[in-house]
Design a protein around this ligand. Structure first.
Ligand code: ATP
Length: 319
Protein backbone atom coordinates (compact mmCIF):
# COMPACT_ATOMS: atom_id res chain seq x y z
CA UNK A 1 0.00 0.00 0.00
CA UNK A 2 1.66 3.20 -1.22
CA UNK A 3 -1.08 5.52 -2.38
CA UNK A 4 -4.67 5.99 -1.22
CA UNK A 5 -7.49 8.32 -2.21
CA UNK A 6 -10.27 9.82 -0.11
CA UNK A 7 -13.67 11.19 -1.12
CA UNK A 8 -16.80 12.66 0.47
CA UNK A 9 -20.15 11.77 -1.11
CA UNK A 10 -23.92 12.15 -0.67
CA UNK A 11 -25.26 14.79 1.69
CA UNK A 12 -22.62 16.76 3.55
CA UNK A 13 -22.42 16.28 7.31
CA UNK A 14 -20.63 18.37 9.95
CA UNK A 15 -17.50 16.46 10.95
CA UNK A 16 -16.65 15.27 7.43
CA UNK A 17 -13.73 17.71 7.43
CA UNK A 18 -12.48 16.41 10.78
CA UNK A 19 -12.58 12.86 9.37
CA UNK A 20 -10.84 14.00 6.21
CA UNK A 21 -8.09 15.65 8.24
CA UNK A 22 -7.62 12.44 10.21
CA UNK A 23 -7.42 10.33 7.04
CA UNK A 24 -4.87 12.61 5.36
CA UNK A 25 -2.66 13.04 8.41
CA UNK A 26 -2.78 9.37 9.45
CA UNK A 27 -1.86 8.36 5.91
CA UNK A 28 1.06 10.78 5.79
CA UNK A 29 2.15 9.59 9.23
CA UNK A 30 2.19 6.05 7.80
CA UNK A 31 4.28 7.19 4.84
CA UNK A 32 1.43 6.93 2.32
CA UNK A 33 0.66 9.31 -0.51
CA UNK A 34 -2.94 10.67 -0.38
CA UNK A 35 -5.13 12.05 -3.15
CA UNK A 36 -8.28 14.02 -2.37
CA UNK A 37 -11.09 13.30 -4.83
CA UNK A 38 -13.29 16.31 -5.63
CA UNK A 39 -17.12 16.08 -5.61
CA UNK A 40 -17.70 12.46 -4.65
CA UNK A 41 -17.88 9.66 -7.17
CA UNK A 42 -18.08 12.19 -10.02
CA UNK A 43 -14.50 13.17 -9.24
CA UNK A 44 -13.45 9.54 -9.32
CA UNK A 45 -15.01 9.09 -12.75
CA UNK A 46 -13.39 12.26 -14.07
CA UNK A 47 -10.07 11.75 -12.30
CA UNK A 48 -10.62 15.08 -10.55
CA UNK A 49 -8.13 14.65 -7.70
CA UNK A 50 -5.52 16.69 -5.88
CA UNK A 51 -2.50 15.63 -3.89
CA UNK A 52 -3.12 16.26 -0.18
CA UNK A 53 -0.36 17.24 2.21
CA UNK A 54 -0.30 18.02 5.92
CA UNK A 55 -1.27 21.65 5.39
CA UNK A 56 -4.07 20.95 2.92
CA UNK A 57 -6.18 19.84 5.89
CA UNK A 58 -5.00 22.58 8.25
CA UNK A 59 -7.65 24.66 10.01
CA UNK A 60 -10.63 22.49 9.04
CA UNK A 61 -11.30 20.32 12.12
CA UNK A 62 -13.95 22.78 13.30
CA UNK A 63 -15.54 23.55 9.94
CA UNK A 64 -18.85 22.14 8.68
CA UNK A 65 -19.29 20.93 5.09
CA UNK A 66 -16.47 19.28 3.18
CA UNK A 67 -13.48 20.97 1.59
CA UNK A 68 -13.44 18.30 -1.15
CA UNK A 69 -17.02 19.06 -2.16
CA UNK A 70 -19.67 16.39 -2.45
CA UNK A 71 -22.18 15.22 -5.07
CA UNK A 72 -24.82 12.68 -5.87
CA UNK A 73 -23.49 10.91 -8.95
CA UNK A 74 -26.03 9.12 -11.13
CA UNK A 75 -23.28 8.06 -13.53
CA UNK A 76 -21.55 6.07 -10.80
CA UNK A 77 -24.69 4.00 -10.39
CA UNK A 78 -24.13 2.61 -13.91
CA UNK A 79 -21.68 -0.12 -14.93
CA UNK A 80 -19.96 2.30 -17.34
CA UNK A 81 -19.53 4.88 -14.58
CA UNK A 82 -17.99 2.30 -12.24
CA UNK A 83 -15.68 1.08 -15.04
CA UNK A 84 -14.50 4.65 -15.70
CA UNK A 85 -13.76 5.10 -12.00
CA UNK A 86 -11.87 1.80 -11.88
CA UNK A 87 -9.81 2.90 -14.90
CA UNK A 88 -8.82 6.14 -13.16
CA UNK A 89 -7.89 4.25 -9.99
CA UNK A 90 -5.68 1.90 -12.04
CA UNK A 91 -4.03 4.63 -14.11
CA UNK A 92 -3.26 6.69 -11.02
CA UNK A 93 -2.02 3.56 -9.21
CA UNK A 94 -4.31 4.09 -6.24
CA UNK A 95 -4.09 1.10 -3.90
CA UNK A 96 -7.01 1.87 -1.59
CA UNK A 97 -9.89 4.25 -1.05
CA UNK A 98 -11.52 5.85 1.98
CA UNK A 99 -15.11 7.02 1.45
CA UNK A 100 -17.09 9.30 3.71
CA UNK A 101 -20.88 9.34 3.39
CA UNK A 102 -24.18 7.63 4.07
CA UNK A 103 -25.77 4.38 2.93
CA UNK A 104 -25.77 5.26 -0.78
CA UNK A 105 -22.09 6.12 -0.61
CA UNK A 106 -21.43 2.75 1.03
CA UNK A 107 -23.36 0.95 -1.70
CA UNK A 108 -21.05 2.61 -4.20
CA UNK A 109 -18.03 1.60 -2.12
CA UNK A 110 -19.26 -2.00 -2.07
CA UNK A 111 -19.31 -2.04 -5.88
CA UNK A 112 -15.66 -0.97 -5.95
CA UNK A 113 -14.65 -3.45 -3.28
CA UNK A 114 -16.37 -6.28 -5.20
CA UNK A 115 -14.16 -5.33 -8.16
CA UNK A 116 -10.97 -5.60 -6.13
CA UNK A 117 -10.41 -2.09 -4.76
CA UNK A 118 -9.69 -2.09 -1.01
CA UNK A 119 -12.17 0.29 0.59
CA UNK A 120 -12.80 1.64 4.10
CA UNK A 121 -16.04 3.56 4.77
CA UNK A 122 -16.65 6.21 7.41
CA UNK A 123 -20.35 6.75 8.25
CA UNK A 124 -21.15 10.45 7.76
CA UNK A 125 -24.81 11.44 7.61
CA UNK A 126 -26.94 13.73 9.73
CA UNK A 127 -29.88 11.31 9.34
CA UNK A 128 -28.29 8.58 11.51
CA UNK A 129 -30.14 6.02 9.40
CA UNK A 130 -27.35 3.41 9.33
CA UNK A 131 -28.29 0.41 11.45
CA UNK A 132 -24.79 -0.98 11.93
CA UNK A 133 -23.46 1.98 13.93
CA UNK A 134 -24.88 3.69 17.02
CA UNK A 135 -24.01 7.08 15.54
CA UNK A 136 -22.87 8.53 12.22
CA UNK A 137 -20.61 11.59 12.06
CA UNK A 138 -22.77 14.72 11.79
CA UNK A 139 -25.85 13.45 13.57
CA UNK A 140 -25.06 14.89 17.00
CA UNK A 141 -24.19 18.27 15.49
CA UNK A 142 -27.45 18.41 13.53
CA UNK A 143 -29.36 17.39 16.64
CA UNK A 144 -27.64 20.13 18.64
CA UNK A 145 -28.66 22.68 15.98
CA UNK A 146 -32.28 21.52 16.13
CA UNK A 147 -32.36 21.49 19.94
CA UNK A 148 -31.05 25.06 19.89
CA UNK A 149 -33.76 26.07 17.41
CA UNK A 150 -36.41 24.46 19.62
CA UNK A 151 -35.22 26.49 22.61
CA UNK A 152 -35.50 29.68 20.60
CA UNK A 153 -38.95 28.77 19.29
CA UNK A 154 -40.05 27.88 22.81
CA UNK A 155 -39.18 31.41 23.99
CA UNK A 156 -41.25 33.11 21.36
CA UNK A 157 -44.07 30.52 21.45
CA UNK A 158 -44.44 30.92 25.22
CA UNK A 159 -44.52 34.69 24.93
CA UNK A 160 -47.40 34.57 22.46
CA UNK A 161 -49.16 31.46 23.74
CA UNK A 162 -48.64 29.59 20.50
CA UNK A 163 -48.06 26.08 19.30
CA UNK A 164 -45.21 25.45 16.88
CA UNK A 165 -44.76 22.61 14.45
CA UNK A 166 -41.04 22.24 13.74
CA UNK A 167 -40.21 20.07 10.75
CA UNK A 168 -36.77 18.49 10.89
CA UNK A 169 -34.70 16.34 8.52
CA UNK A 170 -33.99 12.62 8.67
CA UNK A 171 -35.53 11.14 5.51
CA UNK A 172 -37.09 7.86 6.66
CA UNK A 173 -35.35 7.98 10.05
CA UNK A 174 -36.82 9.72 13.10
CA UNK A 175 -33.58 10.02 15.10
CA UNK A 176 -33.06 13.77 14.64
CA UNK A 177 -36.66 14.40 15.74
CA UNK A 178 -36.37 11.95 18.63
CA UNK A 179 -33.08 13.17 20.08
CA UNK A 180 -33.67 16.89 19.55
CA UNK A 181 -37.26 16.60 20.74
CA UNK A 182 -36.20 14.91 23.96
CA UNK A 183 -33.30 17.32 24.50
CA UNK A 184 -35.48 20.32 23.69
CA UNK A 185 -38.35 19.22 25.93
CA UNK A 186 -40.81 19.12 23.03
CA UNK A 187 -44.39 18.29 23.98
CA UNK A 188 -44.87 15.98 21.00
CA UNK A 189 -42.45 14.10 18.73
CA UNK A 190 -43.72 12.68 15.46
CA UNK A 191 -41.52 10.14 13.67
CA UNK A 192 -42.01 7.89 10.63
CA UNK A 193 -41.36 4.75 12.69
CA UNK A 194 -44.55 5.23 14.77
CA UNK A 195 -48.05 5.70 13.32
CA UNK A 196 -49.13 9.30 13.78
CA UNK A 197 -52.30 9.86 15.82
CA UNK A 198 -53.62 13.37 15.13
CA UNK A 199 -56.53 13.01 17.57
CA UNK A 200 -54.17 12.10 20.41
CA UNK A 201 -52.03 15.13 19.55
CA UNK A 202 -55.05 17.44 19.58
CA UNK A 203 -56.20 16.04 22.94
CA UNK A 204 -52.72 16.67 24.33
CA UNK A 205 -52.63 20.25 23.06
CA UNK A 206 -56.05 20.91 24.63
CA UNK A 207 -55.05 19.28 27.91
CA UNK A 208 -51.92 21.42 28.04
CA UNK A 209 -53.83 24.57 27.17
CA UNK A 210 -56.43 23.87 29.86
CA UNK A 211 -53.81 23.51 32.55
CA UNK A 212 -52.25 26.81 31.52
CA UNK A 213 -49.37 25.76 29.30
CA UNK A 214 -48.18 28.70 27.23
CA UNK A 215 -46.80 26.73 24.29
CA UNK A 216 -46.82 23.36 22.58
CA UNK A 217 -43.80 22.33 20.52
CA UNK A 218 -44.31 19.53 18.04
CA UNK A 219 -41.13 18.17 16.47
CA UNK A 220 -42.09 16.52 13.22
CA UNK A 221 -39.68 14.35 11.23
CA UNK A 222 -39.94 15.13 7.51
CA UNK A 223 -42.34 12.76 5.76
CA UNK A 224 -44.04 11.70 9.00
CA UNK A 225 -46.95 14.12 8.53
CA UNK A 226 -47.93 17.36 6.83
CA UNK A 227 -46.88 20.28 9.07
CA UNK A 228 -49.48 22.65 7.60
CA UNK A 229 -52.35 20.19 8.06
CA UNK A 230 -51.27 19.57 11.66
CA UNK A 231 -51.05 23.30 12.28
CA UNK A 232 -54.52 23.87 10.82
CA UNK A 233 -56.02 21.09 12.91
CA UNK A 234 -54.54 22.56 16.11
CA UNK A 235 -55.83 26.05 15.31
CA UNK A 236 -59.30 24.71 14.50
CA UNK A 237 -59.76 22.14 17.26
CA UNK A 238 -57.62 23.43 20.11
CA UNK A 239 -58.03 27.07 19.13
CA UNK A 240 -54.37 27.70 19.70
CA UNK A 241 -52.51 29.94 17.31
CA UNK A 242 -49.92 27.78 15.56
CA UNK A 243 -46.83 28.44 13.47
CA UNK A 244 -44.92 26.11 11.19
CA UNK A 245 -41.11 26.20 11.09
CA UNK A 246 -39.29 24.18 8.46
CA UNK A 247 -35.69 24.11 9.62
CA UNK A 248 -34.30 22.82 6.30
CA UNK A 249 -30.63 23.05 5.40
CA UNK A 250 -29.48 24.97 8.48
CA UNK A 251 -29.42 21.50 10.04
CA UNK A 252 -26.58 20.44 7.75
CA UNK A 253 -24.13 23.25 8.45
CA UNK A 254 -22.20 24.61 11.37
CA UNK A 255 -19.23 23.73 13.47
CA UNK A 256 -19.20 20.04 14.48
CA UNK A 257 -19.67 19.16 18.13
CA UNK A 258 -16.77 17.78 20.15
CA UNK A 259 -18.40 14.34 20.00
CA UNK A 260 -18.50 14.41 16.19
CA UNK A 261 -14.93 15.71 15.91
CA UNK A 262 -13.53 13.04 18.19
CA UNK A 263 -15.49 10.24 16.54
CA UNK A 264 -14.50 11.52 13.08
CA UNK A 265 -10.83 11.70 14.11
CA UNK A 266 -10.85 8.15 15.47
CA UNK A 267 -12.70 6.78 12.46
CA UNK A 268 -10.45 8.56 9.97
CA UNK A 269 -7.40 7.20 11.65
CA UNK A 270 -8.84 3.68 11.80
CA UNK A 271 -9.78 3.79 8.09
CA UNK A 272 -6.13 4.33 7.15
CA UNK A 273 -4.91 1.66 9.57
CA UNK A 274 -7.34 -0.87 8.10
CA UNK A 275 -6.15 -0.26 4.54
CA UNK A 276 -2.51 -0.13 5.66
CA UNK A 277 -2.93 -3.51 7.33
CA UNK A 278 -4.34 -5.10 4.19
CA UNK A 279 -8.08 -5.01 4.97
CA UNK A 280 -10.18 -4.74 1.82
CA UNK A 281 -13.78 -4.18 2.68
CA UNK A 282 -14.57 -2.41 5.95
CA UNK A 283 -17.28 -0.10 7.26
CA UNK A 284 -16.33 1.67 10.47
CA UNK A 285 -18.81 2.05 13.33
CA UNK A 286 -19.13 3.21 16.90
CA UNK A 287 -20.88 0.62 19.00
CA UNK A 288 -21.17 0.82 22.79
CA UNK A 289 -18.56 3.58 22.73
CA UNK A 290 -15.98 1.50 20.86
CA UNK A 291 -14.75 2.20 17.32
CA UNK A 292 -15.03 -1.05 15.36
CA UNK A 293 -15.32 -2.21 11.75
CA UNK A 294 -17.46 -4.74 9.87
CA UNK A 295 -17.67 -5.92 6.23
CA UNK A 296 -19.50 -3.32 4.11
CA UNK A 297 -22.18 -5.77 3.00
CA UNK A 298 -22.97 -6.68 6.62
CA UNK A 299 -23.16 -2.98 7.50
CA UNK A 300 -25.67 -2.36 4.72
CA UNK A 301 -27.77 -5.36 5.71
CA UNK A 302 -28.08 -4.33 9.35
CA UNK A 303 -31.55 -3.04 10.01
CA UNK A 304 -31.86 0.32 11.72
CA UNK A 305 -33.73 -0.09 14.99
CA UNK A 306 -35.78 2.76 16.36
CA UNK A 307 -35.37 3.50 20.07
CA UNK A 308 -38.98 3.25 21.15
CA UNK A 309 -38.05 3.47 24.83
CA UNK A 310 -36.49 6.89 24.26
CA UNK A 311 -39.72 8.10 22.64
CA UNK A 312 -41.67 6.72 25.60
CA UNK A 313 -39.38 8.59 28.00
CA UNK A 314 -39.87 11.80 26.02
CA UNK A 315 -43.63 11.29 26.06
CA UNK A 316 -43.65 10.59 29.80
CA UNK A 317 -41.63 13.73 30.54
CA UNK A 318 -43.91 15.89 28.41
CA UNK A 319 -47.22 15.07 30.09
P1 ATP B 1 -27.05 10.86 2.82
O1 ATP B 1 -27.46 9.79 3.80
O2 ATP B 1 -26.54 12.06 3.49
O3 ATP B 1 -28.10 11.14 1.79
P2 ATP B 1 -25.77 9.02 1.02
O4 ATP B 1 -24.38 8.56 0.90
O5 ATP B 1 -26.78 7.98 1.43
O6 ATP B 1 -25.78 10.26 2.01
P3 ATP B 1 -26.81 9.02 -1.68
O7 ATP B 1 -27.18 10.13 -2.59
O8 ATP B 1 -27.82 7.98 -1.40
O9 ATP B 1 -26.25 9.71 -0.34
O10 ATP B 1 -25.53 8.27 -2.29
C1 ATP B 1 -24.39 9.00 -2.67
C2 ATP B 1 -23.86 8.52 -3.98
O11 ATP B 1 -23.42 7.15 -3.86
C3 ATP B 1 -24.87 8.48 -5.12
O12 ATP B 1 -25.07 9.72 -5.71
C4 ATP B 1 -24.17 7.51 -6.08
O13 ATP B 1 -23.15 8.15 -6.78
C5 ATP B 1 -23.54 6.50 -5.11
N1 ATP B 1 -24.41 5.31 -5.01
C6 ATP B 1 -25.57 5.18 -4.32
N2 ATP B 1 -26.10 3.96 -4.48
C7 ATP B 1 -25.27 3.30 -5.32
C8 ATP B 1 -25.26 1.98 -5.91
N3 ATP B 1 -26.23 1.10 -5.64
N4 ATP B 1 -24.24 1.67 -6.74
C9 ATP B 1 -23.26 2.54 -7.01
N5 ATP B 1 -23.21 3.79 -6.48
C10 ATP B 1 -24.19 4.17 -5.66
Amino acid sequence: MKKIAVLTSGGDAPGMNAALRAVVRSAIYRGLQVLGVKKGYNGLIEGNMVEMDVSSVADIIHRGGTILGTARSDEFKTEEGIEKALDKLRVLEIDGLVVLGGDGTMRGALELSKRGIPVACIPCTIDNDLGYTDYAVGFMTATETVADAISRLRDTSSSHGRANVVEVMGRRCGDIALYSGLAGGAETIVVPEVAFDLDALLRKVLRGKNRGKRHHIIVLAEGAGNPYEISEAIQKTAEMETRVTILGHVQRGGTPTVFDRIMASQMGSMAVDLLYNGEKDRAIAINCNKIVSVPIEDALKTQKLFQHELLETAGMLAI
